[in-house]
Write a protein that binds this ligand. Structure first.
Ligand SMILES: [Zn+2]
Length: 291
């Protein structure tokens, strides 16, 4: 699979929660398939309205949500995405924060309501491959978990005419994958971090990610996507998310360590359930395009 014409008719849909999820998580994979001529669409459930942003980033913007939508559109352009679709929920913030209870918060929305919206996009865009977070949303962000659950629900409902009949003609995608961080890599990172003066129990821009706890949760890896040829594209997209720190927040050594570990994305194949270990190098393997 190399040149664009070969991949006419192939569509990939990533269903995520916030502007920057598409880049910091599976950005390399999205860029790689876009470069191969696949139509790569993104559903972003919120505009990342909650969280700290240094005031100078907000110049010329009415709100954090507006700024972060702009950053997302910049990143989407770099990654080569075909379309970005918002579900217009509100960022729920980290677990236990008052933003969890906001009436428009994604994490407070009924799963069927969110799943109906995702189903409508699946039926309209007709992707063969659907991607989302793993069952703990990567690092237990409530919005990541909510959109994971809604996407799983939508994936299985989209082909069933009895479910969400208002949301378009039934269409069943072929494959569902969860992006996951390989624990081998995570274990290694957790050991290394103290050497760089980083606390693995308080990781991330807001210090609210406990990497030690995440090491204990393991999801099988069925597909590894080598995106080495588009690492630069992912870095350009990362730079679009300047208000979220991008690479600028890590020290030189950390940046070097992360670059060593980067270049590959890992996925759990949720559907069809893999028989045996699963060792895919292409998320579209086994898929035939119907003309
Ligand atoms: Zn997120």
């Amino acid at each position: 699979m190399d040149k664009s014409t070969q991949n006419d008719g192939l569509t990939m849909l990533a269903v995520l929660a916030h502007p920057d999820d598409e880049t910091f998580g599976m950005g390399g994979t999205l860029a790689l398939y876009a470069q191969r001529g696949v139509s790569v669409h993104l559903i972003c459930a919120t505009r990342g309205e909650v969280g700290e942003v240094a005031p100078h980033f907000l110049e010329g913007y009415q709100s954090i949500g507006e700024l972060r939508e702009d950053e997302l559109r910049c990143a989407a352009g770099k990654l080569g995405l075909t379309g970005v679709h918002f579900l217009d929920y509100r960022d729920s913030g980290m677990p236990g924060s008052p933003d969890n209870q906001h009436p428009k918060a994604l994490a407070a929305a009924p799963i069927d309501e969110v799943a109906a919206k995702v189903t409508a996009y699946i039926r309209e865009l007709r992707p063969q491959v659907v991607l989302t977070f793993d069952p703990i949303g990567g690092y237990r962000h409530p919005d990541h978990i909510a959109i994971h659950e809604a996407t799983v629900r939508a994936f299985h409902a989209a082909g069933d005419p009895e479910q969400f009949p208002e949301e378009g003609a039934p269409y069943q995608p072929d494959k569902l994958y969860y992006h996951t961080f390989p624990r081998g890599w995570l274990t290694w990172a957790v050991r290394l971090m103290p050497l760089f003066g980083k606390d693995p129990r308080h990781f991330g821009q807001n210090g609210d990610i406990d990497l030690l706890e995440l090491v204990g949760e393991n999801f099988p890896v069925h597909a590894r996507i080598n995106y080495g040829q588009v690492v630069k594209v992912k870095e350009e997209a990362t730079a679009c998310h300047a208000s979220q720190g991008g690479m600028a927040s890590s020290s030189g050594l950390m940046r070097w360590a992360f670059r060593l570990a980067s270049g590959k994305d890992s996925f759990t194949r949720a559907y069809p359930e893999p028989k045996g270990g699963g060792n895919e190098r292409d998320l579209f393997s086994g898929i035939k395009v119907m003309e």
